[in-house]
Design a binder for this molecule. Structure first.
Ligand code: NA7
Length: 548
């Protein structure tokens, strides 16, 4: 028999409150419900999907192959869903997430259009008390932050931008009805993954396109196309094995066991060319030392620069597009369809902000260097307050009223990237201190949700009701995460991985750069040792619902 702790006289008390209905929140709900727990999801948007609901800019698609960027928990789901392209578009991924919500009857436990503003830990009652924007109050024994890494859009702080008389759009809040850019003079600020996907699509519609580039980025061709039915069928036959391997490495690429430093120039070039022709992030794995050895990285970076120079006809434009200030892969590598070729179009102009910085925006356009660019539409592909942004935007207060944003003022601190000391029973999915966006997000999400569910199961079997990261374990983990980053080339770039794109954000590498299988082993070892480093307690409250 399932004994629920939900108080029948107060329907707003749950075992678990989950914030966010993207990939993470939906899976957490499905699993927790399956454990017999009462769980409720609060979602700010009107629909499931999270990042895939909001990011609707032209050209938006995933740069992990669709057969891999999907849930593994249901063999039936993975067999019945048919992907149409090698890399799925945003609408297709959103259709998939909606299908999952229907198929597993998830919507009845999700409250949409509900932004959680405050989450306060009530020590006496050992509960998380939440308040929504509309003033509604709910509480849960546990709180799961499924708020995503790329949730809070970052708008550029450019003098005069508020005076612009045309329309301004951010790629992450693109109007749902779409935008007709035909006959328009469009400016795009930002050349990260979103800009690099949007620019070729916008160039085809707009009368004129001016791209304002602050940092040139490395981009690899996707060579996207329809997913052939036989390729899909073959993959699906081996799905269990593919998923098993993905749990170790995140995304299945051709991982090399050779170092670029140990082979000759000819072999390096041959391998880079072979991988370039296959396309995608696989290119970064050409050799196994590219993210740890700067000299090796220089060889692959130079290969890409040569490709850019060979593609872009105007040598000056080509030179501006060649990234020279960071190692390849130290900023998120981009995957494109015709990005560099777009600069050969007559209606496209590149403004190199390193040479001619933006001075101001006026009513009629953008003034960069000595040139005024007349524009009707300004598209900000300027990224996100990533990884910690969504957490910073909720007033989260733990023991003794301590605010999470205060605790993390000098950079996020967590144990295993799953919990943070002083905040009992608060779990974070794919948060700082975990591999998070460095691996296939769906694989990372499934791992975290699985770990959290095992933890909740352990608590109820032991008659315990509370878990909290210990301070010493957290300190050791933070050092461990920093040490892992310092073995790589990641700290050499001003990337959003380091919070460098948000003025005032502390410069801390927020992600755990070890291999996924290493991280999984570490998480499992902690659990196997009775949640070593955590404090588990039987607070004077009824234990969690019994296992079904
Ligand atoms: P990114 O990767 O953070 O890219 C943002 C871009 O916007 C990047 O080129 C920035 O230049 C540029 N930027 C930001 N602020 C400004 C200002 N004020 N002026 C000029 N240029 C600016 O965000 P995306 O949305 O493209 O991608 C995020 C992730 O989504 C991506 O990595 C994938 O994982 C999916 P900077 O490099 O900071 O000089």
């Amino acid at each position: 028999m399932i004994m629920t702790i939900q108080d029948p006289t107060d329907p707003r008390q749950y075992d678990v409150i989950i914030i966010g209905a993207g990939f993470a929140g939906l899976y957490a709900l499905h699993r927790m419900r399956g454990m017999g727990l009462s769980a409720r999801v609060y979602e700010a948007g009107p629909e499931v999907g999270g990042v895939w609901f909001w990011n609707r800019y032209p050209g938006a698609r995933c740069d992990v192959e669709s057969l891999q960027y999907s849930y593994s928990f249901s063999p039936e789901l993975e067999q019945e869903w048919v992907w149409t392209e090698k890399y799925a578009t945003q609408p297709e991924i959103l259709r998939y997430i909606r299908h999952v919500a229907e198929r597993f009857d998830l919507r009845r436990d999700i409250q949409f259009n509900t932004r959680v503003e405050e989450a306060v830990y009530d020590e006496a009652g050992a509960r998380w008390e939440l308040r929504t924007e509309a003033g509604e109050r709910v509480s849960g024994r546990f709180c799961v932050m499924a708020t995503g890494a790329l949730t809070v859009p970052q708008l550029p702080d450019i003098p005069g931008i508020e005076r612009f008389a045309g329309k301004i759009y951010h790629t992450a809040t693109w109007p749902h009805e779409g935008v007709d850019l035909s006959g328009r003079r469009v400016g795009v600020i930002g050349t990260g993954s979103s800009g690099i996907q949007a620019i070729p699509a916008i160039a085809k519609q707009a009368e004129q396109l001016v791209v304002f580039q602050r940092t040139a980025n490395f981009s690899i061709p996707a060579w996207n196309g329809p997913l052939q039915p036989e390729v899909q069928q073959t993959w699906k036959k081996d799905y269990r094995e593919h998923r098993r391997r993905a749990r170790e490495v995140g995304t299945l690429y051709e991982f090399s066991d050779k170092a670029a430093s140990q082979v000759g120039e000819e072999e390096r070039q041959r391998e880079y060319e072979r991988r370039w022709q296959k396309g995608g992030v696989n290119f970064v794995h050409s050799f196994n030392d590219l993210m740890v050895d700067k000299q090796s990285n220089d060889t692959i970076a130079e290969f890409v620069r040569a490709k850019i120079r060979a593609t872009v006809k105007d040598p000056q434009v080509a030179e501006s597009l060649c990234p020279k200030d960071h190692p390849l892969g130290s900023k998120r590598i981009c995957v494109d369809t015709g990005y560099y070729e777009t600069y050969n179009r007559d209606n496209v102009k590149l403004v190199d902000l390193k040479k001619t910085p933006i001075r101001e925006v006026s009513a009629s356009g953008v003034h960069a260097g000595d040139v005024h660019h007349e524009l009707d539409v300004l598209v900000c592909a300027t990224g996100f307050d990533a990884v910690t942004g969504a957490l910073r935007h909720i007033d989260i207060r733990g023991r003794n009223g301590q605010q999470l944003s205060r605790k993390w003022a000098e950079g996020p601190r967590s144990y295993l990237g799953l919990m943070t000391s002083g905040f009992p029973n608060l779990f974070i999915i794919t948060g700082p201190g975990s591999p998070s966006v460095l691996v296939n997000m769906v694989v990372g999400i499934e791992h975290h949700v699985g770990w959290i569910c095992d933890c909740l199961d352990h608590l109820r079997r032991q008659g315990l009701a509370s878990i909290e990261a210990g301070q010493a374990a957290e300190d050791r983990w933070v050092e461990h995460v920093n040490a892992a980053a310092n073995k790589t080339l990641f700290p050499l770039a001003n990337s959003w991985f380091l919070g460098a794109n948000v003025p005032g954000k502390p410069r801390v590498f927020m992600l755990y750069a070890a291999k996924l299988w290493v991280y999984r082993q570490e998480c499992q070892a902690v659990a196997d040792k009775g949640y070593e480093g955590f404090t588990l307690a039987a607070v004077p409250r009824p234990a969690l619902a019994e296992a079904p």
